[in-house]
Ligand binder design. Structure first.
Ligand code: ZN
Length: 506
């Protein structure tokens, strides 16, 4: 007899968290590896999720006056070189185009030919190419502000890749704005971080901590980087969005100048901000359980799977008729600005069918059998509850209450994640306790460690690197909350002006 499988995913999170992550993605049909090393294929179930995230975010951006545009995939190498810190930050992961055609070589095989006079870098981010356009768009203070976003793909040549979390090519959005004053640019930087926070907390149901990055974790070329940090179930941090105040660094590099009202010529102030398909990795690791992913209803690829149960061939017409009518009625309804998404699965594969939808993370599974139809009822399983727990609803009651049920699931996921983060966030003032907190509890599970430590930091690079070297723990952010609360540096004991969040990170 086959070993009884208690959970749909093997290994479980406790047994091997990184492998659990890979298996969950495989079982969910969200995405798969591609023949190109480090790149992923996003399958329809995963892309629908991404579309919903994009839609939510796009609406939030536009509500703040941002407009979408599109810029080239290729950046002339000389553009990238204009900002010294910037090019240094990205140099090690650039894909570079050096030729523009193929010719048969002496061996008879196709070889690159037609060398470019200037190599083109496949965009790792677009500050420099967009900055070039901005320099032409801006001449007077009347042209400001410029508020642009681009939905695109970028390439950062990664040596170690993991689907959604770190891939050589990924999908993202990058916002770029130009302002007349530093204060206005800083305000925009913060505003967009708040937009990310709303999207990630309200839609992805992932609680986050907002804060500033330390100098070493800043975006290359930025004056200030703000981020939102979420805790995954292995208690590591995941950066779910960043917003950068670029000062005048990129304006100088790209010659973005404007005439002030007093007719002086000044460099403009710019910001940039980005979030990517990495958020999907975060969503999986925040909500997933040992049966697979759990999709928050507000961004779920679909909301309900209708599962007609056909025990006898003669039942089929009645059961399918009931199912299709129910689907039509549900699809008429709206849940958070989207029509309710319904999938009908009439494959006759027994219990495996229900498990398929559990692994795909769909919020609701609705079983419809001949006996239920006789009583005009349906049998509903919720993905935020154990697989065996199902409740009977009258058909009409279910139609009437589906949006309330989805809301309950959405809230439940957020509250669970928040409780988990609270449980594993500890204020630590003692250096020994700090080191113990980040020492693996069990050598067999090196990925399980403390969580978030809220501790003092003197601001020195030495203390930051010492902790990174000893524990592979980094400063995730200097949280806005508790800013200017004095304490002692966890490493050297000198005065700390604000506590910081220390954690291991993705
Ligand atoms: Zn220190």
């Amino acid at each position: 007899m086959a070993k009884q499988v208690k959970t749909a995913i093997s290994p479980t999170r406790d047994e091997d968290y990184p492998e659990w992550y890979q298996q969950v993605i495989k079982a969910s049909d969200l995405a798969e590896r591609s023949p190109v090393r480090g790149c992923m294929v996003i399958k329809p179930w995963g892309y629908a999720l991404w579309e919903n995230i994009m839609q939510a975010m796009d609406n939030l951006f536009k509500a703040t006056g941002v407009k979408n545009a599109y810029f080239p995939l290729f950046i002339p190498l000389s553009f990238l070189e204009k900002e010294a810190e910037h090019v240094e930050g990205f140099a090690k992961e650039c894909a570079v185009v050096t030729h523009h055609r193929l010719e048969k070589g002496p061996s008879g095989r196709l070889e690159p030919a037609g060398a470019l006079t200037e190599p083109l870098v496949v965009r790792p981010t677009s500050e420099t190419i967009i900055g070039d356009s901005f320099s032409k768009w801006v001449s007077s203070y009347r042209d400001l502000p410029i508020l642009i976003n681009q939905w695109a793909n970028v390439v950062r040549w990664e040596m170690r890749t993991r689907i959604f979390l770190r891939t050589s090519e990924f999908l993202w959005q990058e916002g770029h704005t130009v302002h007349a004053t530093a204060a206005e640019a800083r305000e925009r930087t913060r505003m967009m971080l708040d937009v990310y926070t709303t999207c990630v907390e309200d839609y992805l149901a992932m609680p986050v901590i907002q804060g500033h990055k330390s100098l070493s974790e800043r975006f290359p070329g930025a004056v200030d980087t703000l981020s939102i940090e979420a805790m995954m179930q292995d208690r590591k941090a995941l950066q779910a969005g960043t917003s950068h105040f670029l000062g005048q660094n990129f304006a100088r590099a790209s010659e973005i100048k404007f005439q002030t009202a007093a007719e002086n010529e000044e460099y403009a102030w710019t910001t940039s901000w980005g979030s990517s398909t990495r958020m999907i990795g975060g969503l999986i690791m925040t909500h997933g359980d040992d049966d697979g992913i759990i999709l928050p209803p507000k961004v779920a690829s679909a909301h309900a799977a209708l599962l007609p149960i056909i025990r006898k061939p003669e039942d089929r017409p009645v059961v399918m008729d009931f199912t299709e009518k129910l689907a039509r009625e549900l699809k008429e309804k709206t849940y958070h600005h989207r029509k309710i998404g319904v999938e009908i699965d009439d494959r006759e594969i027994g219990g495996a069918r229900g498990w398929d939808w559990i692994k795909k993370g769909i919020p609701l599974r609705v079983e419809i059998g001949a006996r239920d139809i006789a009583q005009n009822s349906v049998y509903v399983g919720r993905r935020d509850q154990t697989p065996n727990k199902k409740s009977s609803f009258s058909r009409d009651q279910f139609v009437a209450e589906i949006t309330a049920i989805l809301d309950e699931i959405q809230q439940n996921l957020f509250q669970r994640a928040l409780a988990f983060r609270k449980k594993h966030t500890v204020k630590i003032e003692d250096r020994k306790a700090f080191y113990e907190f980040f020492t693996p509890e069990n050598q067999k599970k090196p990925e399980i460690h403390g969580g978030f430590a809220i501790s003092g930091w003197c601001g020195s690079n030495d203390c930051e690197s010492k902790i990174k070297e000893d524990l592979t723990v980094t400063i995730r952010c200097i949280p806005f909350k508790n800013e200017n609360v004095k304490s002692r540096c966890i490493c050297c004991g000198k005065q700390s002006d604000s506590p910081v969040v220390f954690a291991k990170a993705y």
